[in-house]
Design a protein around this ligand. Structure first.
Ligand SMILES: Cc1ncc(COP(=O)(O)O)c(C=O)c1O
Length: 424
């Protein structure tokens, strides 16, 4: 018997259709054709392209020291030490955790991915009577964890992205709720637009509302910014007892895994012992732990400052050139992620394909990665890209946007757009 088509089926079909259209032009779900990776470059569909979609911002993804440490870890502990950390873990866990606690200046729980770090932390930190205020553009991994909260009976409300006035009034309203906590969930750096969270505003809110807690996913702010690479959120806000920071280790940190940090060791122990995926799932693999330790040692040395400066020069090159060319970036904030909104998905695909033909790969972004009718091209910069290459890419992007008529339009802003629709 034929199943009735539901709105969930239609949304899934739309998601798949968008993915297929982008893939058909060689821009998504691609496999690189290189047998060894050359930093900043890759071969896609027979073309050599500069990779403006790489999140290994400090170029550590191909660092020989991390590779050697990963190989040594495999030699000693195998490719997999298959036991929940609730039973037993390899000593590399202790070594990595100790380094992270120095790096973050706080207690740290380790998780196999950032997504699992959220799924471990949020359900044990947030009680059923608490109220959660989630930024509408917060990363999908945080949004998924809020489904677990909803299942626990937590009232989860969505705040329009970047609307600090709406946030203030929603906190005021939620604070009138006995002694329950109010949790604000945000990204440190929004992974599509590159905008940072409104850190100084959030710091003020922590001071103003004593039952407010802030949970920041700083996956994209980690390593390339802050003392020892402790991230943009911490660099901007400093520690607060009601601030929880999660970060990812597979982007700029170039290893694998995720962390959750807070100054209170009791709270972190609660996550480590009771966070469901940490008890009922497997550990970080030895190779990723080994690479993580080598990366942490680099982050704890002065080398990280030099790498951060090289990246800062590339970020400045983008913002300066974009201003000269009047390129409509959604955010000119100094982060390594940038977004140019195009609007229609088909136009975005055409411009993305033209850029790839010119030798520059940028990330295509369509619904549900961005709101409906706000398709665009995201690009990142890393220290593996020469400054001249960055300039050349922006010149070509300007050219194609102009030819497509995108530069003649006015409103280029992700703020206030309808939130991405949640798939079941
Ligand atoms: C902001 C943010 N958080 C979390 C994740 C998921 O990270 P992981 O692959 O470690 O689960 C990503 C991945 O791209 C991200 O951009």
């Amino acid at each position: 018997m034929a199943r009735t088509t539901t709105s969930a089926d239609r949304l899934l079909a739309l998601f798949r259709d968008n993915a297929r259209r982008v893939h058909a032009r060689g821009l998504s779900h691609m496999k690189i054709e290189d047998h060894t990776v050359q930093p900043g470059l890759m071969t896609l569909g027979g073309h050599r392209v500069h990779n403006f979609g790489d999140c290994s911002y400090l170029g550590l993804g191909t660092d020989a020291r991390l590779a050697t440490a990963a190989k040594n870890a495999i030699d000693r502990y195998g490719t997999s030490f298959s036991s929940s950390i609730a039973y037993a873990a390899v000593p590399l866990y202790t070594d990595l955790k100790e380094r992270f606690e120095r790096l973050m200046g706080a207690s740290v729980a380790l998780a196999p991915t950032t997504t699992l770090a959220h799924a471990a932390a949020l359900p044990v930190l947030i009680r059923p009577t608490d109220i959660v205020l989630m930024d509408s553009a917060v990363h999908n991994s945080v949004q998924m964890a809020t489904q677990l909260l909803r299942a626990n009976g937590v009232d989860v409300r969505t705040v329009p992205h970047g609307d600090t006035m709406a946030l203030d009034s929603m906190i005021e309203e939620a604070s009138d709720n006995g002694d329950s906590a109010v949790w604000c969930l945000a990204d440190g750096v929004y992974s599509m637009s590159g905008e940072p969270a409104p850190f100084s505003h959030l710091t003020g809110l922590l001071e103003r509302f004593e039952r407010l807690w802030l949970y920041v996913d700083d996956a994209h702010g980690f390593s390339w910014k802050g003392r020892h690479g402790s991230g943009l959120a911490l660099a901007q806000m400093g520690w607060h007892e009601r601030l929880v920071i999660a970060a990812g280790l597979s982007k700029s940190f170039a290893a694998g895994g995720g962390i959750v940090a807070n100054p209170n060791p009791d709270l972190i122990e609660l996550i480590e012992v009771c966070g469901p995926p940490l008890t009922f799932g497997g550990p970080i693999a030895p190779a990723a732990l080994g690479a993580g330790i080598a990366s942490a040692d680099i982050h704890l040395s002065s080398e990280i400052d030099e790498r951060q400066q090289l990246l800062a020069a590339r970020i400045t090159a983008v913002t300066t050139t974009a201003r000269r060319l009047e390129l409509p970036l959604v955010s000119e904030d100094p982060t390594p992620i940038f977004f140019v909104e195009v609007g229609r998905t088909d136009l975005m695909i055409e411009i993305g394909a033209a850029m790839a033909a010119d030798g520059f790969y940028l990330n295509p972004a369509a619904w549900p990665a961005v709101p409906h009718r706000k398709a665009g091209l995201r690009f990142t910069v890393t220290i593996s890209l020469d400054l001249e290459v960055v300039e050349m890419m922006l010149e070509r992007l300007h050219h194609h946007l102009k030819m497509a008529g995108v530069l003649d339009r006015t409103v280029i802003d992700l703020r206030g757009g309808e939130p991405a629709i949640h798939l079941p």
